[in-house]
Design a protein around this ligand. Structure first.
Ligand SMILES: C[S@@+](CC[C@H](N)C(=O)[O-])C[C@H]1O[C@@H](n2cnc3c(N)ncnc32)[C@H](O)[C@@H]1O
Length: 439
């Protein structure tokens, strides 16, 4: 059965060439890996509200209720004590059965299904006529994006991929009702191709479904109670709340983002975190150019922060599985380093001497990862790379002006990890930790 070997399949050769510029051997391996879903599920526990041990008991009970004696294992990792991992299920029984009807979903819904989600009504493109409630269906993702919403016949396409088996909870007349847009779960997934348990998203105030490198990133920042921290591109606030939890909700975190809708959705999540102040603000204007203004709202004066997280806007290519990449043009890919450099130029003066800056992206291109770091080191001699601990990713990729010792201080999450990850399968990500020289 068909499975993509590159997220640019068929039409993105120019983009591939763009990505494979310097370390082409390494990056070529990344493309098929990006198309596959990570098989480990990870939750971050809010240790301000509950203990990891208590949450583990609750999670295990849910898994046993679903899978009985075959329930997957829930376990922790020494370096990330607030994280719980759920191992994948055996996939040998997840067989395609030709006797079942087919259901087609779009690629973003398909990607979520491969990571353990159920299917929500808006994601269903095609359901064969006569499909009954409770009936089991073969679920496919439509890679070419050509299946018309509401299709009632079998979708004849060589590039649809089988992603799992689900049980129908909504019928055609409910799904494609023109008068009333539908929401809610349309198909409950029983199994998927990856073996990721089909729990849906259990996130609530006690725990958050979050990728492992995002947690590593905040641990690398190492925020301390009472400090003043800037999260420059904060929405939807998943790393911001982690920072607050590590600070024991003591100190000040300025969470900035320039998207009104994203700041609105972030604000709703912050009610129990008194140390976080959210601001709708363009972080490329975060520094006011002064040295002594005492400001409680952006823009801020030089040296205003002990630590800064720049979790930069990026091409997002590390978000696995990339069944079909949304970026279609080189100029879109090339636009990210420009904004990333702009944001870094604001972060450097805002950092106090001796302060820590973490730069991260959820992508894999050198241009947005190692090249940004090497640019920052050239432009700001007051910055130096320091070891990004805990170390669970691989070293960065070498560049002409980034030597092996410097690459070792970076963390890159990709397919060729050197067992630091202890076989945990996760998304693509990049982390650099920089320190400003003491005055
Ligand atoms: C990678 S996401 C941040 C994810 C967030 N740190 C988290 O873990 O939940 C990048 C964010 O940068 C924001 N952004 C893009 N340009 C920005 C700018 N000039 N100023 C502030 N935020 C910006 C986007 O709106 C987006 O929310």
């Amino acid at each position: 059965m068909f499975y993509p070997k590159t997220p640019f399949y068929g039409k993105g050769l120019q983009l591939e060439t763009e990505i494979l510029k310097v370390n082409s051997g390494e990056l070529k391996k990344i493309l098929p890996w990006l198309c596959k879903a990570p098989r480990t599920t990870t939750y971050r526990i809010n240790t301000l509200r509950t203990s990891v041990a208590d949450y583990k008991v609750k999670l295990e009970a849910k898994l046993i209720a679903l899978y009985g004696p075959k329930a997957p294992r829930v376990y922790g990792l020494k370096d990330l004590p607030e994280m719980l991992c759920i191992s994948p299920l055996d996939t040998t029984e997840n067989k395609y059965d030709d006797c079942r009807k087919e259901l087609i979903v779009d690629t973003s819904c398909g990607a979520a299904v491969l990571r353990g989600a159920h299917i929500y009504a808006p994601g269903v493109l095609a359901m064969e006529s006569g499909t009954q409630l409770q009936e089991l269906v073969n679920v496919f993702a439509d890679l070419p994006g050509k299946c018309k919403r509401g299709t009632a016949t079998r979708y004849d396409c060589d590039e649809k991929i089988f992603i799992g088996v689900g049980q129908v909870l909504m019928q055609r007349h409910q799904l494609y009702n023109k008068e009333q847009p539908v929401s809610g779960i349309a198909v409950r997934m029983l199994t998927n191709l990856t073996g990721v348990p089909t729990l849906g998203d259990l996130s609530d105030a006690d725990a958050l479904l979050q990728n492992l490198p995002s947690m590593v990133c905040v641990r690398v920042l190492d925020p301390q109670p009472g400090e003043r921290v800037l999260d420059m591109c904060a929405a939807p606030g998943n790393k911001t709340t982690h920072i607050a939890e590590l600070m024991g909700n003591r100190g000040t975190i300025i969470a900035m983002d320039n998207s009104a809708s994203r700041v609105r959705s972030m604000t709703g999540k912050l009610v129990n975190y008194s140390c976080i102040e959210a601001h709708l603000f363009d972080a490329t204007k975060a520094w006011d150019g002064s040295t002594d203004r005492d400001s409680t709202a952006p823009p801020f004066a030089s040296s205003s922060f002990d630590r800064i997280l720049l979790d930069a806007p990026c091409s997002g290519l590390g978000n696995r599985p990339q069944l079909c990449c949304n970026i279609k043009q080189s100029k879109v890919l090339q636009s990210y380093p420009h904004i990333q450099r702009n944001l870094l130029s604001q972060a450097v003066p805002l950092l106090r001497p001796g302060g820590t800056l973490v730069y991260s992206t959820c992508t894999v291109t050198e241009a947005e990862c190692e090249e940004i770091v090497s640019w920052a080191l050239r432009k700001y001699p007051q910055l130096q790379l320091v070891d990004a601990m805990p170390k669970l990713g691989s070293p960065g990729l070498p560049l002409p002006d980034l030597d092996a010792a410097q690459c070792d201080l970076l963390q890159r999450f990709g397919p060729s990890h050197d067992n630091r990850l202890q076989n945990l399968d996760t998304v693509g990500f990049f982390i650099a930790k920089l320190q400003r020289a003491s005055a």
